[in-house]
Design a protein around this ligand. Structure first.
Ligand code: 8X3
Length: 250
């Protein structure tokens, strides 16, 4: 079994790599992230836990097409987890930096699409495979400052649905996992450009989801019998709900 996970050095990706390694034997885990040192630590952790697993590290940027081409050449991926993604900023749209928007579009849309496009032909040829995209509740529910981040996750939602439309007769499964507020990853620190105080405040005085919760859900999705496709799972902490409609009054 060949499993490829992007954004594997932290958060959901890291938790999921550990979960697959813990639950399954005889795996080839292909782990992609920019931070080689963190990947190396994860690899050591996995190999200490299990001897019958190969961990192949791809240190590089998912937006770099030639890196992706080189890393994925000659791999028949059974499960692709398109986990790499990011949010930048939570300002109202008119106050944002355009390069933040561009970065989210590059990673959340273009890199996810490119890797999917690269991996799909081999899945179709083998009539086998599962692509698990990491969307977000932000792809369904608008919130102030969600602007391009939410729009990029709406792309992931509809892309996942459209892939189903193309692939339902090819024995290939597509799932979109849409988490809400979740700690245990670099999500907020990235969103706030490294401001750890602001990032911590996001999770203060509440009970968010944890990266391991999402890893458990993704694992469950990938362990369903072959005839079951989990199209999407939207998951929030019990302490979160979608906002009501706002009316501005003078
Ligand atoms: C992360 C969930 O609510 O912070 O995708 O946008 S949220």
């Amino acid at each position: 079994m060949n499993i490829l996970i992007t954004g594997a050095s932290s958060g959901f990706g890291r938790s999921l790599a550990l979960k697959y390694a813990h639950e399954w034997d005889n795996l080839q885990l292909y782990l992609v992230a920019r931070r080689g040192e963190k990947l190396q630590i994860l690899r050591n952790e996995i190999l200490t836990m299990k001897k019958n697993i190969s961990v192949i590290l791809g240190t590089g940027d998912v937006c770099n097409k030639s890196f992706i081409d080189n890393f994925t050449n000659n791999i028949d991926v059974d499960i692709l987890v398109n986990n790499a993604g990011l949010a930048r900023g939570i300002e109202s749209a008119e106050k944002t930096q355009f390069h933040d928007w561009e970065e989210m579009i590059e990673v959340n849309i273009k890199a996810l699409s490119y890797l999917t496009h690269k991996i799909l032909p081999s899945m179709v040829k083998r009539k086998s495979g599962h692509i698990i995209n990491i969307g977000s509740i932000a792809g369904t529910y608008p919130y102030p400052g969600g602007n391009v981040y939410g729009a990029s996750k709406a792309f992931v939602k509809q892309f996942s649905r459209n892939l189903r439309a193309d692939l339902y007769d090819k024995n290939i499964r597509i799932s979109n996992i849409e988490p809400g507020l979740c700690d245990g990853s670099d999500f907020s620190i990235t969103r706030f450009h490294g401001d750890s105080q602001k990032a911590q405040n996001v999770y203060a005085n509440t009970f968010p989801l944890h990266a391991d919760d999402i890893a458990n859900i993704i694992f469950w999705v990938s362990t369903q019998p072959q005839h079951i496709n989990i199209n999407s799972i939207e998951v929030m902490p019990t302490t979160q709900a979608s906002a009501g409609l706002n009316v501005y009054r003078i």
